[in-house]
Design a protein around this ligand. Structure first.
Ligand code: NAD
Length: 436
């Protein structure tokens, strides 16, 4: 039987793997498979990215450039824009973006383009795994027919599964090997084969009964986070009205050793997971005649946070007889989260735009992000010098990057609006720090 051959090739790590999409998800996965002994083609449509990767230049904190250079040098990894690599592959993994359209409906076009290109080059005895976060049903409803139309026979010469990626870019503790991996195949042999594949590089692989379960599990994880962040954000607004620190209350509640998990308020949510994925589910549910209420309420609360932060800045300046119009405001951190350079959907960008709209003279500092574009205008990062801090009327901590001396900021800046609790516990003259 053909699948025995494929099983053996996976088990002996002689299988050739194509990973379509060499982004934050696809690249760490490709390098991990290559380090485990597989030969990997990293397919990406971005030629600059392909060139950089083949030159051993990583752009994600999860892959060290020297590790990438090593697998390139020993021939285990090659980046390419040529989809023909799929035709010689035993395994094809799809890790392309799943963004939203302006209407907040899923934009599945990247997945479709990648899957069509792979299906066109289908060769018998292939395992195909979709990793991109998507709505329930994508694997079976969209991918399966594409491959079947090219002669693939499920369970005989073709195996298909969904395995959601859970990587957390910049997280030093949990990486590809240590993040448990869910696998749901279209048939039990599909699940078994995909699980065998991931067991070569991941310590704990969990098999579920179908792709739909795996697709939904990923969405539930991100809806859970989104909703709980929204709850923390609303809680922070309520605490402010009561004159209490939300941070102190949440930390107090978190001393309960069971049944509670702390989430903290912030300036809103960003990145291309938590802010995006819930809409994949709400869209699918709408097609099923159901409105996902928690998802919409959470989005409403989270989306209101940048405006709330700007109000905090205006109020704090007002208390100092300054008005926002004309004030020098320094936004500290514009990436969507600490320790990364990614500004996709970052609420800090919305805060900058809103401050500018109100007439503030806005600059920003971020050791990870050299420039940003707001309403078509490029803004370059400034050096976080003593002079810049002292000259600002207000510093807004929008992202709490590591390796920033927040005590120094509190010392030098006349006013700090801290949306990330980066200054939590610091002592400062009354009214200098405004936060949650
Ligand atoms: N970034 C994360 O933290 C994270 C975590 C878990 C899951 N995910 C999910 O994983 C998927 C990929 O996310 P990402 O962050 O790696 O995206 P990314 O934007 O970092 O990378 C995607 C890559 O795919 C390439 N690409 C796009 N269309 C292509 C095509 N048709 N053919 C070949 N290459 C193509 C792009 O050039 C890019 O290099 C998404 O569904 C995302 O929701 C992301």
């Amino acid at each position: 039987m053909n699948d025995v051959t494929l099983t053996d090739r996976i088990r002996h790590r002689t299988a050739h793997i194509s990973i379509i999409g060499q982004g934050y998800v696809g690249l760490p996965l490709a390098v991990e498979f290559a380090r485990a002994g597989f030969t990997v083609s990293g397919i990406d449509s971005d030629l600059d990215r392909v060139g950089g990767l083949n030159a051993g230049r990583s752009y994600t904190p999860d892959v060290a450039s020297h590790d990438l250079a090593a697998v390139v040098a020993d021939g285990r990894y090659e980046a390419t824009a040529d989809f023909d690599a799929v035709a010689k592959s035993d395994v094809v993994i799809i890790c392309v973006p799943t963004p939203l359209r302006k209407s907040k409906d899923p934009d599945i076009s990247f997945v479709m383009r990648a899957a069509e290109a792979a299906a066109l080059r289908f060769r018998p005895d292939q395992l195909v795994v979709l990793e991109s976060t998507t709505y329930p049903g994508t694997t079976e409803e969209l991918l399966l027919p594409l491959f079947e139309a090219r002669g693939a026979v499920l369970g005989t010469n073709f195996f298909l599964a969904f395995s959601p990626e859970r990587i957390d870019p910049g997280n030093a503790r949990f990486k590809v090997r240590t993040i448990p991996k869910l696998v749901g195949g279209v048939t039990p042999p599909c699940t078994a084969l995909a699980a065998l594949l991931y067991r070569q590089i991941v310590d704990w692989v969990i098999e579920v009964s179908s792709p739909k379960v795996a697709e939904l599990a990923k969405l539930y994880e991100n809806v859970f986070r989104n909703v709980n962040i929204a709850l923390a954000n609303e809680f922070a607004m309520m605490c402010r009205r009561l004159g209490v620190s939300a941070r102190e209350v949440i930390d107090a509640a978190a001393t309960k050793p069971f049944g509670f998990m702390p989430f903290y308020p912030g300036p809103g949510i960003g990145g291309h997971c938590i802010a995006v994925d819930p809409f994949y589910l709400s869209w699918k549910m709408r097609l099923n005649g159901y409105e996902a209420r928690f998802i919409h309420l959470a989005d409403e609360v989270n989306a209101s946070m940048p405006a709330y932060v700007v109000d905090l800045v205006a109020d704090a300046l007002n208390r100092r007889q300054r008005c926002l119009n004309g004030a020098k405001v320094l936004v500290l951190g514009v990436a969507y989260k600490r320790g990364v350079a990614d500004t996709r959907e970052s609420p800090a960008l919305d805060i900058v735009a809103r401050l500018q709209d109100k007439g503030a003279d806005v600059s920003y500092a971020d050791p990870y992000v050299p420039s940003i574009t707001i309403d078509g205008h490029v803004l370059k990062a400034v050096e976080l010098s003593d002079e810049v801090l002292a000259a600002a009327d207000c510093v807004v901590v929008a992202t709490d990057h590591p390796d920033v001396d927040y005590a120094r900021i509190v010392d030098l800046a006349p006013l700090v609006v801290d949306t990330r609790s980066a200054t939590h516990g610091m002592v400062a003259p009354a009214g200098r720090i405004v936060g949650f």
